[in-house]
Design a protein around this ligand. Structure first.
Ligand code: NAD
Ligand code: UD2
Length: 309
């Protein structure tokens, strides 16, 4: 095995720290670049094969140093909250676009080719509402977050064509699992609902609870990220990452109730403005090229693993 480290930007965050665990289990060395804006060092194991660099992907000199000697990069660092990007488009852009560009440029200089990038279903905006969304669905980035993700995809493709980078671009749908931070009202709905259920605090559903999402357990996601590092040949263009399964919030609440025993009071309020009614991934492309765990983690099992920590 290649002993040189894999650089995981955003490795102290929710998805990143779960990926670090997987890479260590696979015998890799891991270098993490994270500014700890939402990530936590406590998410990371102290391990001889883990190296942590505290810093910003917008800092070009630091990024140059961080990629030195790495075999590949998984670029997850970003302001992951859409609402934060709406409130601070300029600040977010430094992390979410300039950060990606710095990674591309530093990889080109260092001769590193493989980069796995976390894009988002947000690039589709409201398009495809009601049916499974495939990768050719027109893009409609409605927020600074989505615009930066889509622009990052285009920059990665430029570096592929011009400089031989090997970007694997995944558009994540709704990911959930341990270490997803529930502290903001705009955090992932599963982290908020489970935290409230555990603390016996009231749960608020925005809308009638019949909106649906395509939820994927983080442990299954990081298996795919691990495969993306090893693929012989990359695919040109982005790949949706979801299960093509719709779960309504009401079904989710029933599942949480089954796992925790009893739900706290649930109230229904007006839907959030701009909320998408249905979001589900057409994952045919993913299934052609990658192996989802068999079986994939079902909702009740994923919730149980999340709640046991
Ligand atoms: P997270 O906030 O837990 O992780 C992001 C990490 O990046 C944090 O550790 C944070 O401290 C770090 N970071 C932020 N800005 C940085 C900067 N400028 N320099 C260095 N580090 C920085 O969120 P997450 O859910 O783990 O998201 C990981 C990636 O996946 C993000 O790119 C996000 O946009 C993308 N994504 C997540 C979801 C989801 O459902 N969670 C869906 C679509 C896309
Ligand atoms: C997700 C991503 C977002 C963007 C978008 C693209 C997260 C946290 N958000 O937004 O970054 O990529 O997909 O389409 O991953 N809800 C409640 N009560 C609560 C919290 C949420 O009812 O306390 C509802 C919310 O109004 C929505 C649903 O739950 O209808 C899912 O919300 P979410 O924020 O987890 O995810 P989503 O799909 O809106």
């Amino acid at each position: 095995m290649d002993k040189s480290p894999v650089l995981v930007t955003g490795g102290a965050g929710f998805i990143g720290s779960n990926l670090v665990d997987l890479l260590l289990a696979h015998g890799h060395s891991v270098r993490i670049l994270d500014n700890l804006s939402t990530g936590k060092q406590a998410n990371l194991p102290s391990h001889p094969r883990v190296e942590f660099i505290k810093g910003d992907v917008a800092d070009v000199q630091l990024v140059r140093r961080a990629v030195q000697g790495c075999q590949a990069v998984v670029h997850l660092a970003a302001v992951a909250s859409v609402q934060a990007s709406v409130e601070d488009p300029v600040g977010t852009h430094q992390s979410n676009l300039v950060g990606t560009l710095n990674i591309c440029e530093a990889m080109r200089e260092a001769g590193i080719r493989r980069v796995v990038f976390a894009s988002s279903a947000a690039v589709y905006g409201n398009n495809g509402d009601g049916e499974a969304i495939d990768e050719e669905t027109p893009k409609a980035p409605l927020t600074p977050y989505a615009a930066d993700k889509l622009a990052s995809e285009h920059y990665l493709d430029f570096y592929r064509r011009q400089h031989g980078l090997e970007p694997v671009v995944f558009r994540f749908f709704n990911i959930y699992g341990p270490r997803q931070d529930p502290s903001s009202p705009y955090s992932g709905v599963i982290s908020i609902f489970t935290e409230r259920a555990l603390k016996r605090q009231p749960i608020t559903v925005f809308g009638d609870g019949e909106q649906t999402r395509d939820f994927l357990y983080v442990g299954d996601l990081v298996e795919l990220l691990g495969q993306a590092l090893k693929q012989e040949e990359i695919d040109v263009g982005a790949i949706n990452v979801g299960l093509n399964r719709a779960t309504s919030l009401n079904q989710l609440l029933a599942a949480i109730g089954d796992v925790v025993g009893e739900l706290p009071p649930v109230s229904y309020q007006a839907a959030r403005s701009g909320d998408i009614r249905h979001s589900r991934a057409d994952n045919a492309r993913l299934l052609q090229r990658y192996r989802l765990p068999n079986p994939v983690t079902g909702m009740r099992e994923g919730l149980a693993r999340l709640l046991e920590r």
